[in-house]
Design a protein around this ligand. Sequence first.
Ligand code: ZN
Length: 417
Amino acid sequence: MTIIGLDDTDSRTAGMCTTYVGHRIADELGDAGHTVDRVVLFRLNPAVEHKTRGNACVAVHTDATPHEAFRTATEIVTETAVFDDEQTNPGVAVTTDSTAPLKAFTVSTVRKLKTKAEARNALPADALTQTYGTGQGIVGATAALGAHRSRTDWTYELIAYRQQPHWGTERSVNAESVFETSKQLHPTIWDTTDSVEGDIVAVPRTPCPVLYGIRGDTPAAVKQAHDDICSEPVATTQLFQTNQGTDMHLQDASIPAVSDDSAYRLSGTVTTDPETRRGGHVFFAVSDGDSTIQCVAFEPTKRFRETVRQLRCGDVLTVCGEVSDGTVKLEKLRVEKLTTTERCVPRCPNCKNTMESAGSESGYRCRSCKTQAEGKIQQSVERQLECGWHEVPPCARRHIAKPLVRGGYQAETHPET
Ligand code: ZN
């Protein structure tokens, strides 16, 4: 088997899309009489998106010879990639060897920032490569070669592409049909819509050739959803095997071990009450006793912030998300234990008014009744927040993040749909 690895050829400004280039390559090979076994859409470290770009790669598995596969891939990349966009630095790699070191490189590309040199070192001896621009594309292209061996839990995305004259114009997709199929096929398909925001998550807003993408657990379900959706004419479709919705980017770690640009699953106790700052972002801190880390639910995570605002000092959590600038950007969290008491200033036993501080180290007193108390008292608090897993809504979900509806969690879940 020959594997073609293709790095992110997306252009934000001109609207090209890696999945489309992958589809074109698969199509061209099919037209030439070759078998295409699968096309893999593989999400890499989401932290890369804001750094070097290239947070997705595509692999095409075919029976074409390596040279023919390489020629087809480079021709199509040259023809379609938007080289005017300086952020677009595609890479192509082709091999027939999918050995273990490649798998390890692929997994680490999902979890860390990898360099061009590291990618070159991981490439099999028989690899044919072509890079453009800065050459950064070799990282994703190499990662794509090992993608299919890097995991066993696969999900699927069916992408419907627009007819070329429509690219860049407003998309015409019947919202009712999308909400209906989303309801019918949920949770086998997920992140198609956001039922609370009323958003159609499956339809992108960028000027790319994608009309919509349906993500789900089985090829049959995503195809069914595609059949059910009414829209402008679809030019072509491609089924991708993906690592979307899997949390493959998350690593278990302790707070002192984290570093920027990787994503983690961390345990800790809330040490500062949630604070809403300018822009509507909600911050709090968790500690594991020795180390403390700041966590944030950004404004675009919408109603998830309501959950976060209910946290209190003393709550025991698992938090998940990418660390950047020393802060965990929350994707989901598990409330393991809720504190049911809080320390507060005592009330006067006589007049029931809140006492006042009697000065540092001197406790509290009631000025009118002259009663005294030694210090703060423990008082029980009512909690509305429920234990278990809470997550950001579909409209704010990263492609790689696992929606709670996919199951497999060791605790109760509160899925957002
Ligand atoms: Zn009093």
